[in-house]
Design a binder for this molecule. Structure first.
Ligand SMILES: C[S@@+](CC[C@H](N)C(=O)[O-])C[C@H]1O[C@@H](n2cnc3c(N)ncnc32)[C@H](O)[C@@H]1O
Length: 273
């Protein structure tokens, strides 16, 4: 692919420049974000090669995952288009961070064991841009390496707003229903995610195939637990938290439930030959 990628939406840069992303998944954040953090960690720890793996965390934000990956002993480099995120991630021990875009990586060919795309795919509304990001991930991955990509499910906003009762407001309901058609989520005011693409699970595997990545597995991150009223109390109690994580693990790859989760991880490989 030789065309220059279209510029990143200004709204996306402005949304993250507000500095709210770092707290989203950490202790003290909303329960669904904390569940996303623990479950992403749980799935990744089972999938990653033995440390020290060379990991490129593309769209790694402020380094919430890069932080524990580096503490686990992996060699982590992070790329993100938001200067504040790069500054925050650069302060983490064992993490190097630089500005960049998933569609045009500076890294040389075949230089990483694992490429994480835990953010870029759902902020690229055009399919051609998502394919470009996947092709770049494939290029910088060594043969036999893994790509792990996060997507937001097509029905996540509908579930989320229903849970919060905002779906009963006609204006919010109209916006939410519009996303169901093709997954395109335009920028709105405060209270909604910025420009995004909400993907159906089968759409992601089709895009992996188009980028010549094999799909190794798909994992619902939050299962259905993120929609349950007691979640906050459960996560605050270490025993109950472990039980919630185990319950999510039981159904994480059940095909009929993949789309019910808020986020989905799709794991792909670059075949050795
Ligand atoms: C919701 S945050 C996720 C951060 C982190 N990976 C995580 O899982 O917590 C989405 C991230 O994707 C980044 N992003 C958006 N578009 C991108 C692109 N085209 N290339 C690389 N990163 C991008 C944003 O700057 C932001 O840091």
């Amino acid at each position: 692919m030789t065309e220059t990628p279209t510029r990143l939406h200004e709204e996306i840069l402005a949304y993250y420049a507000r500095g709210k992303e770092d707290a989203r998944l950490r202790e003290g954040g909303a329960p669904a974000g904390r569940l996303e953090y623990w479950r992403t960690q749980d799935v990744l720890r089972r999938l990653l090669p033995a440390e020290p793996a060379r990991i490129l965390d593309v769209g790694g934000g402020s380094g919430v995952h890069a932080d524990w990956l580096a503490r686990d002993g992996h060699a982590v480099e992070l790329v993100d288009p938001v200067p504040l995120h790069v500054e925050q991630a650069s302060r983490l021990a064992g993490v190097t961070a630089r500005l960049g875009d998933a569609r045009e990586l500076a890294a040389p060919d075949a230089s990483y064991d694992v490429v994480l795309l835990l953010g870029p795919l759902y902020h690229l509304p055009e399919r051609a841009d998502r394919l470009r990001a996947l092709a770049e991930a494939r290029r910088v991955l060594r043969p036999g390496g893994l790509v792990v990509a996060a997507t937001i499910n097509r029905y996540a906003q509908l579930h989320d707003l229903l849970r919060e009762e905002r779906y009963f407001t006609p204006e919010h309901r109209e916006r939410t229903d519009a996303v169901l058609v093709d997954g395109r989520h335009p920028h709105h005011d405060e209270g909604f995610l910025t420009v995004a693409h909400f993907a159906a699970p089968h759409e992601v595997t089709a895009e992996f195939a188009a980028a010549r990545l094999t799909t190794v597995g798909q994992y619902g991150i939050e299962g259905v637990a993120w929609l349950m009223g007691g979640l906050e109390d459960w996560l605050d109690d270490p025993d109950r938290r472990a039980t919630v994580l185990a319950a999510c693990r039981h159904i994480e790859s059940e095909p009929t439930l993949l789309g019910a989760s808020g986020h989905l991880l799709t794991v792909g490989g670059r075949p050795s030959a």
